[in-house]
Design a protein around this ligand. Structure first.
Ligand SMILES: [Fe+2]
Ligand SMILES: [Fe+2]
Length: 470
């Protein structure tokens, strides 16, 4: 069951060949996907041989098969985690009943919307990252970028499969739209704001993969709980790939901190101007990038008080990440106290689930910061990196547009606007970071602003030629 059939045009473990209508629909969409990849995927590297992992089965051993591949030849396919026998709905008002193998009519449009919203983020991030190959800090990093890109492409396949297989004609139309919207496009932007932010430097990429891919992890975890079993199985398998994207973010930022500390030691100063002059990212600038990407990603969880999230939970469409760690899976009796600009209020727990998810996401984000702060402390510096308050720079929910500092305190609007560029990257901060982005592609060499990784990919040395550029 868990093996993937590579003899077919579209590699899969869901027996597409047994469903002619579905096969035709997917084969019709495939050339459009490849056209999109050529037009909006990574620029200029389509002929390079990249050391990539491809899933050949969905069990623990088989999902990471390594070898040199040209990206347009990557075997994008449809892989669902193995079904759990006799799986029952794990939360909401229908808890304990068998999960659904088909979409119930009454939840059709809501489920389609959830799938489309998730699906839209996948190609969006490929579009956002398409120019980064030109300024990679090392060949190792270049390979990691491309690994993420092809996997986000496969995540799009995962969602398109669900649309084609379970949503008929509207599903096919939505699949076309997923290739028609583009990140940052004035007329047809991507659905969520964060996925329209340009990612034009590698510091932003590492922040994006640390914060925004981690939002992806939380969304996928909550969809893995879904009573709609094909969605649950799809998302469970996507999570194995997502872990690598966050690894790139966490180790990338850790390597930036390490290099900055080395430079501070060499020059015997923590003066940001001197650190910059020595070619490293000063820690206050790193803090601004963390503030920017963390606050932007916090919006992805939606409003603090949400009737949609209540309905999705009660109906069994979307659970909490790691639902079985909670005791109460119905939540009809519970409340949560929430602080909004209007003051503290008790909100039915069902309506506060976005906030519950946001809080557990932030705890997960803290892990990396603790590690980096230990490095900084060991080097004898007083500065500590922090995460901004969930009220800072929000565009969605109770705190949207409110003048709040990164610690969460409301301040005067005028002062807030004046101070904002001391909390998030200013134009000159961005210009400085851009000036560091010089391409380094000699195997084993690193740009001056980042430390080498601790180890290479799949037990290969860091000096391995991960991308053969020809
Ligand atoms: Fe993804
Ligand atoms: Fe991802």
């Amino acid at each position: 069951m868990s093996g993937i059939n590579y003899s077919e045009k579209i590699p899969n473990n869901v027996n597409i060949a047994g469903d002619r209508t579905l096969q035709r629909a997917l084969e019709h969409w495939q050339p459009k996907f490849l056209g999109w990849w050529q037009a909006l995927g990574p620029t200029d590297f389509q002929g390079a041989d990249v050391y990539l992992r491809t899933a050949i089965s969905v069990d623990a051993q088989g999902w990471a098969h390594y070898g040199a591949v040209k990206m347009p030849d990557y075997r994008w396919g449809i892989f669902l985690a193995d079904p759990a026998a006799e799986r029952k709905i794990g939360f909401g008002d229908q808890m304990g009943q068998p999960v659904w193998q088909q979409v119930p009519g009454e939840y059709r449009s809501t489920l389609r919307r959830l799938i489309v919203t998730q699906g839209d983020t996948e190609p969006a991030s490929v579009e956002q990252q398409r120019l980064l190959g030109h300024t990679c800090p090392s060949m190792y990093d270049l390979r990691n970028l491309f690994q993420i890109n092809v996997e986000e492409g496969r995540h799009l396949w995962a969602m398109v499969y669900l649309l084609h297989a379970y949503f008929g004609r509207d599903g096919r139309e939505e699949a076309e739209e997923l290739l028609a919207r583009h990140s940052g496009d004035a007329d047809k932007p991507r659905i969520l704001t964060t996925f329209n932010e340009p990612i034009s430097d590698w510091l932003s990429l590492f922040c994006f993969t640390y914060f925004t891919d981690r939002d992806g992890k939380y969304q996928l975890k909550s969809l893995s709980e879904s009573a709609f079993d094909p969605l649950s199985r799809t998302c469970r398998f996507m999570l194995t790939e997502e872990a690598h994207h966050m690894f790139v973010g966490e180790t990338g930022l850790g390597r930036v901190v390490k290099r900055t500390l080395e430079v501070m030691k060499q020059i015997g100063s923590d003066d940001p101007a001197r650190v910059r002059a020595a070619g490293a990212v000063d820690l206050p600038t790193l803090q601004k990038y963390l503030n920017f990407w963390c606050s932007s990603s916090l919006d992805l969880f939606g409003s603090e008080i949400s009737s949609n999230s209540a309905a999705n939970f009660a109906n069994g469409l979307k659970g909490r990440p790691d639902e079985d760690q909670y005791e109460d899976h119905v939540l009809r009796e519970k409340t949560l106290s929430l602080v909004t600009p209007e003051g503290e209020q008790q909100v039915p727990m069902l309506n506060a689930l976005n906030e519950v998810m946001r809080e557990s996401y932030l705890k997960d984000c803290e892990i990396g910061l603790k590690r980096w702060n230990r490095q900084i402390e060991r080097a004898g510096h007083p500065l500590r990196l922090t995460l901004p308050s969930t009220r800072f720079r929000r565009s969605i929910g109770a705190w949207a547009g409110k003048p709040v500092d990164p610690q969460g305190k409301i301040m005067e609007k005028e002062l807030y606007e004046k101070t904002l560029t001391t909390w998030i990257p200013s134009a000159s901060d961005r210009a400085f970071v851009h000036s560091l982005m010089q391409r380094v592609v000699e195997p084993g060499k690193m740009a001056g602003w980042i430390a080498p990784p601790e180890r290479g990919v799949n037990n290969l040395p860091v000096e391995y030629e991960y991308v053969k550029l020809h």
